[in-house]
Ligand binder design. Structure first.
Ligand SMILES: O=C(O)[C@@H](O)[C@H](O)[C@H](O)CO
Ligand SMILES: [Mg+2]
Length: 381
């Protein structure tokens, strides 16, 4: 069996799908994308196929991963690692179908029967997060995630901290003590403000505090972690085992959030998960993406003993109005009950991508806004 063809599809709201075809007619799907940089990743995927993958045996996944990563001399970063991730997902999808097994069976078999999921609430500047939280809990979710703050000055005033506290207090008040509330700092916060905020939010018992500082400032994590008992999470902007090495060694992170479409795919995130297990760190894959990315996450969560919970963006209609389920023949594969999704039973990634829906999808033009402070300087989004 050989890789004979590939096709890339841009699809609303902000996704890029990869279809890989083999000489025996098997089709595998991947989702190689960086939010807001779909065209850049598309070019990287095309280069991988044209310079190397076409004509290769799709079942040699590890070897192809090594060739794509190490063979190019320059390596790492969001664009190249997302391109590899999408290819890797499609190769696992093909391999699973060839062997008639879900990917998690090929990773050692299920380490759990179902996977807990959490749901995003509020926009970037949530006013009424309490109500949004109640709606999601009524819809069956037992874990939520919200942004902590809009943009913050490097050193901000007590009111800015108070507003963040009021927002999480409103959610805790609305949902009670049995619902988990993750709080995403989104890398918006400087180190001094992160230290203040983690302490101020602690009375509301966040499930975790995410990206309390930008990943380029991961060396500041121990100082931030020292200010709280709240678990510290990070990883959506880290792309390989080598990127995660430092946070494992320094011991201040409790939850890692590699993205199956950004951090080298199933092959790499499965290894990152094993590294994390050795450091007593939980896995909670990042996934504000589409159905192929989510399916890849669930496959790794199923097999990883230290998987804690899965992010997913069902029912999130960004600006453009498309949902994870719009691109599937059988959307019931992602139905959740009591805040859990069942393990998919189908071979490969366990989803049937609706190719007509993918072809008919609107071309997205999604880029995150550039935020600015009151003085006109660029702020973190
Ligand atoms: O944790 C999350 O889902 C967010 O940080 C998103 O990754 C970010 O808004 C870019 O898509
Ligand atoms: Mg995040």
């Amino acid at each position: 069996m050989r890789i004979t063809d590939y096709e890339l599809f841009h699809a609303a709201p902000r996704w890029l799908f990869l279809k890989v075809t083999t000489s025996d007619g098997t089709v595998g799907w991947g989702e190689p994308v960086v939010e807001g940089r779909a065209k850049t990743v598309e070019a990287a995927v095309e280069e991988l196929f044209e310079s190397y993958l076409l004509g290769e045996d799709p079942t040699r996944i590890e070897d192809h991963w090594q060739a794509m990563y190490r063979g190019g001399f320059y390596r790492g970063g969001p664009v190249l690692m997302s391109a590899i991730a999408g290819v890797d997902q499609a190769l696992w999808d093909i391999k699973g179908q060839t062997l008639g097994a879900p990917v998690y069976e090929l990773l050692g078999g299920p380490a759990r029967d179902r996977v807990r999921v959490y749901q995003w609430i509020g926009g970037d500047r949530p006013d009424d997060v309490g109500e949004a939280a109640t709606e999601k809990v009524e819809a069956g979710f037992t874990a939520l995630k919200m942004n902590a703050t809009p943009e913050m000055r490097r050193v901000d005033n007590p009111k800015a901290v108070e507003e963040a506290v009021e927002r999480i207090a409103a959610v805790r008040e609305a949902v009670g003590d049995e619902v988990d509330i993750g709080v995403d700092f989104h890398g918006r916060v400087s180190k001094p403000m992160a230290k203040q905020l983690v302490a101020a939010l602690e009375p509301y018992d966040p499930f975790f505090v995410e990206e309390p500082v930008l990943p380029e400032h991961n060396d500041a994590l121990p100082e931030v972690a020292a200010k709280t008992t709240t678990p510290i999470a990070t990883g959506e902007r880290m792309y390989s085992r080598w990127d995660f090495k430092e946070v494992f060694e320094q011991g201040s992170v409790d939850v890692i959030q590699p993205d199956l479409s950004h951090a080298g795919g199933i092959t790499e995130v499965n290894k990152i998960a094993s590294m994390a297990e050795a450091y007593d760190v939980a896995l909670a894959p990042h996934c504000p993406l589409g159905p192929v990315a989510l399916a890849s996450c669930v496959q790794v969560d199923a097999a990883a003993p230290n998987a804690l919970i899965q992010e997913q963006s069902l029912d999130i209609h960004y600006n453009e109005g498309s949902d994870v389920l719009d691109y599937l023949e059988d959307p019931s594969v992602f139905e959740y009950e009591d805040g859990y999704v069942d393990l998919p039973e189908g071979p490969g990634l366990g989803i049937d991508v609706d190719e007509d829906a993918v072809r008919a999808a609107d071309e997205p033009d999604w880029h995150n806004p550039v935020w600015r402070h009151e003085d006109g300087g660029v702020a973190e989004w």
